[in-house]
Design a binder for this molecule. Structure first.
Ligand code: PGA
Length: 248
């Protein structure tokens, strides 16, 4: 059984006031709820860990450098994220891939760095709109998955987030059929490559998940949860998504 996971990606949003919002969410969780991870910007990690320490909420980073230390102004190393008490990190988000020219090889190196620091990598993949319209959508996503994921992925060290680039922050989502087809393909690729362990790796859907569409998306067998951007910034939006996941 794969434990359901609701992960919130705050992106470059958040301050002390938003951390207080996290406290509200923490207090409303029961023991049997899905796993919840919030990924705030790096300067908030320590305080986020502190606020959530007596709750079921885990904290994660949004990116890590492939190296453990060195002359990389502005970057954050995976062991530093672990040192804050965070236990996961997003790697390969499409905004990093496009704005920071991160290719699959870089994402693979970052994933290895996350593992070496005892962090679970939430590894993002997903197609552009042009690739969705074209004939090779699934093959393109499969190639990205293969090239971004290092050997040795397990259900503990890796979560895959399928996020169509054109669905992120746009209010547009793929059809349920497209989500099912894509997640089934990702599951098949993971089990082909990693055997039984591939069946334990959770696959999240991401891209405009909202309280109004979450329940439908969570119907898909190989959707193990969601990576949520905008709707994770307010407990009143994120909580119904968590509740829909718990009910799925
Ligand atoms: P969104 O972002 O939920 O705001 O579309 C998702 C993401 O980028 O992870």
């Amino acid at each position: 059984m794969r434990r359901k996971l609701a992960a919130g990606n705050w992106k470059m949003n958040g301050d002390s006031a938003l951390l207080a919002e996290l406290g509200t969410l923490a207090n409303s969780q029961g023991d049997s709820a899905p796993q919840i991870i919030i990924c705030p910007p790096a300067p908030l990690l320590t305080r986020a860990v502190d606020i959530t320490k007596d709750s079921a909420i885990g904290i994660g980073g949004q990116d890590c450098h492939p190296n453990t230390s060195g002359a990389h102004t502005g970057d954050v190393a995976a062991p530093m994220i672990h040192d804050t008490g965070a236990r996961s990190v997003i790697v390969g988000h499409s905004e990093r891939r496009s704005a920071h020219q991160e290719n699959d090889a870089v994402v693979r190196a970052k994933t290895k760095a996350a593992w070496a620091a005892d962090l679970t990598a939430i590894l993002c993949i997903g197609e552009s709109e042009e690739e969705r319209i074209g004939p090779d959508t699934l093959a393109i996503i499969a190639a990205q998955l293969d090239a971004s994921t290092p050997n040795g992925a397990t259900g503990d060290n890796t979560v895959i987030a399928y996020e169509p680039i054109w669905a992120i922050g746009t209010g547009r989502v793929p059809t349920l059929e497209q989500i099912i087809e894509t997640h089934d393909m990702i599951r098949a690729e993971l089990t082909k490559r990693f055997g039984d362990e591939g069946d334990k790796i959770r696959i999240l859907y991401g891209g405009s998940v909202k309280p109004g569409n979450a329940a439908e998306i969570f119907q898909a067998e190989n959707v193990d949860g969601a990576l949520v951007g905008g709707a994770s910034l307010k407990a009143e939006d994120f909580q119904p998504i968590i509740d829909a996941l718990a009910a799925s």
